[in-house]
Design a protein around this ligand. Sequence first.
Ligand SMILES: [Zn+2]
Length: 70
Amino acid sequence: MATPKLVLIPGSLVTTSGTYRVMHSTGHLGDAECVLLKDTVLPRCGKDGCQVTFTLVTPHVSEDPDFKDA
Ligand SMILES: [Zn+2]
């Protein structure tokens, strides 16, 4: 399944629950992965001048149409 890359920035709403790779523009922190849930407002980095981007790595199982409610 080819999914277009979803990249989100602080202040925007998470549209797809899943695992995201977090990257800091200034590199003061290494890349990390975190789970973000739909409708969460993305936080910004507390470090001055640092832009964070959140890139979707793996959608949450609830976003996968192959799975149905039990
Ligand atoms: Zn940062």
